[in-house]
Design a protein around this ligand. Structure first.
Ligand code: COI
Length: 356
């Protein structure tokens, strides 16, 4: 099947490369883009011929439904290059599966698995010189689908565009972040789209996050929409806390994204012999642990930041510091997962995917 698909994908190479315009020793996250992108249009009830074309603007009618109704989903993945120049992805099957789960919730057509995987591989091979090799850097890969069909009628589009664009990127955050536990706004609700990687989920976070930044925090810790008592996510990431020696994270639900990094961290932690509890936990439990000196660590986990350690949290006008800890789980788990991703260690889970 994959051979057939690779011959089906039409490739138009860029006439010149922008590679020499990028300072690879100082890479911001997501700002620079590689020479090519993968695109596939959905029209007349089916996905059309997939193409790889030079990275370029997309022209849309002002009535395109993406602009009005936000019918759009995305994924985040990373490609890594090892010391021998081999290119790897990390669990790409999970992203392929999840983009279709997200699309379904947004009434969008699912994208064929073989187009996704073959398009991704061909694009990475073509732009492999763009994969950074400096520590902490990688090629951020952004598959996304949006409603490109026209008309102001509030109904699903009849046309869509699937795109994969890539960006050589450095770390998402530098250093530990201070967070505010959200008591008013919600990221998601029961029956909503919280489990989907829908663009609007992120847009809805910007305003509460701006308010938190004005108060001196960098990120928001999302709580459940009904009681604001249960801790659910950390900014655009899943959230973990270490109470004593136990690592706790919320179970995924219709409100919480089934994060690839989250599930990998759980598996690695269990493999390390760390006691992991996947259960609901409350702000009250967090505050009580912090007051007793039992809140050893707190961190966000996601593809972009991998693991983002939290230095403290604010709640009801009071700040709680989370002091640096020796033998940090965050440091240990981040090393284990990135060693697998960059092909620096054995991959006993079979997560690494060689792009060939
Ligand atoms: C991730 O880390 O998985 C993300 O989706 C982050 C992205 C919103 C930049």
């Amino acid at each position: 099947m994959s051979t057939e698909v690779s011959t089906l994908i039409k490739v138009e190479k860029a006439k010149t490369s922008k590679l020499d315009q990028v300072d690879f020793s100082n890479l911001p996250f997501g700002k620079h883009h590689t020479d090519h992108m993968f695109v596939c249009d959905y029209k007349n009830g089916k996905w059309q011929q997939p193409q790889i074309v030079p990275y370029q603007n997309i022209s849309l009618d002002p009535s395109a439904k993406i602009f009005h109704y936000g019918q759009s989903v995305f994924e985040g993945m990373k490609a890594y290059k090892d010391a021998d120049g081999n290119v790897f992805l990390f669990r790409p099957d999970e992203n392929q599966r999840r983009i279709n789960i997200s699309s379904k919730r947004l009434a969008m057509p699912e994208f064929p698995e073989e187009y996704f995987m073959e398009g991704l591989k061909m694009l990475l091979k073509l732009d492999s010189d763009w994969i950074p090799t400096t520590d902490g850097s990688s090629l951020y890969v952004r598959p996304f689908v949006f409603a490109s069909g026209n008309g102001f009628h509030a109904s699903p589009s009849d046309e869509y565009k699937f795109v994969i664009a890539c960006s050589p990127s450095g770390p998402y955050f530098s250093g530990r972040v201070n967070v505010l536990i959200e008591e008013k706004y919600s990221r998601s609700a029961n029956g909503g789209v919280g489990f989907a990687k829908a663009g609007g989920n992120y847009a809805g976070q910007f305003y509460p996050t701006q308010l938190a930044i004005e108060k001196g925090y960098q990120q928001v810790i999302w709580t459940d929409d009904t009681t604001h008592e249960y801790i659910e996510e950390a900014g655009a990431m899943n959230v973990f806390v270490r109470i004593g020696d136990t690592l706790v994270t919320s179970p995924v639900s219709e409100r919480i994204l089934d994060g690839v990094t989250r599930k990998s961290i759980i598996a690695i932690a269990e493999d390390e012999g760390i006691n992991v509890e996947v259960r609901k936990f409350t702000v009250h439990e967090l505050v009580a642990a912090a007051e007793k000196g039992m809140l050893m660590e707190m961190f966000g986990a996601g593809t972009a930041a991998v693991i983002s350690p939290i230095s403290g949290f604010g709640y009801k006008g009071k700040d709680y510091a989370i002091p640096d800890v020796e033998n940090s789980y965050a440091t240990r788990l981040k090393k284990r997962i990135t060693d697998i991703q960059y092909n620096r260690a054995e991959d006993k889970f079979g997560w690494r995917f060689l792009v060939e």
